[in-house]
Design a binder for this molecule. Sequence first.
Ligand SMILES: Cc1cc2nc3c(=O)[nH]c(=O)nc-3n(C[C@H](O)[C@H](O)[C@H](O)COP(=O)(O)OP(=O)(O)OC[C@H]3O[C@@H](n4cnc5c(N)ncnc54)[C@H](O)[C@@H]3O)c2cc1C
Ligand code: FES
Length: 280
Amino acid sequence: MYRIVKKESLNPTVTLMEVEAPLIAKKAEPGQFIILRVDSNGERIPLTIADFNRATGTVTIIYQIVGATTQALDHLKEGENIQDFAGPLGRPTETEDFKKVAVVGGGVGCAIAYPVAKKLYEQGCEVHSITGFRNKELVILEEEFKKVSNKLVLMTDDGSYGTKGLVTDALKTLIESGEKYDAVITIGPLIMMKFVCALTKEYQIKTLASMNPIMIDGTGMCGGCRLSVGGKTKFACVDGPDFDGHEIDFDEALTRSSIYKPFERRAHEEVCHLYEMEVK
Ligand SMILES: Cc1cc2nc3c(=O)[nH]c(=O)nc-3n(C[C@H](O)[C@H](O)[C@H](O)COP(=O)(O)OP(=O)(O)OC[C@H]3O[C@@H](n4cnc5c(N)ncnc54)[C@H](O)[C@@H]3O)c2cc1C
Ligand code: FES
């Protein structure tokens, strides 16, 4: 059992949790993830290690409430326990050898992008962060990004905060103004990463995308997380989650990500109904 030592709501649908997991905290690196199970009947879901503290033995996760399991997780309170918490899994993000990088995060993907930006900045790399959200209400980690970025461009789709437009608009403006990046690292919804990669391909800038396919074991045993990269099959949980963005078959990944939609909808309705009854 893994105790929740801190729980904080970052916006109406995104929550931060700090969890006591000393063995994971000891080894974790930015870009890696954990797989948790809320209780003994729960499914296994992957969440990125948003931060870790080797001294206190805690690991921070930041999750968006999108379905049954994230909703069940969000019903746990500070001091309560998560049944299983396995990690660190996956390969750390490649951060060596870069002098100037654009980190492009979208929505809750910014929680995954933040530790990567932080590590690059601490290594002396020039970091330009571009973060995108649908509107002002959904903005997360603005102050945190400011501290680890030489430049921060915050975008909202509707212009209610920061600059109006998409992250790709901001990236294009920076590239066209003459910024020369060794790499672009992008993390967010698949559709956003697809367009970021299409843009950087035009300018021939090396791009890493952090992929988030459906996962089960997270240790390379099932292939549930498979993707096509450069015409080859890769398992995101052991070969990734980061891949060369210009080689990923995003259309296949988009199709695979929606194969359980009817089941997910049903499970979510059941969980909502369960908690509704508890409230009554
Ligand atoms: C390596 C990895 C790291 C991740 N890190 C984070 C993180 O730090 N924070 C976070 O909020 N989420 C993260 N995710 C996504 C997270 O695992 C899913 O949001 C979660 O599994 C949804 O479970 P659910 O039962 O609540 O929703 P479900 O009922 O399973 O799904 C509800 C909705 O969310 C979509 N969805 C489901 N799984 C994913 C997914 N893997 N990626 C994108 N959309 C999905 C579904 O298509 C559906 O529309 C990560 C995924 C991977 C593979
Ligand atoms: S989740 Fe099973 S192999 Fe990756």
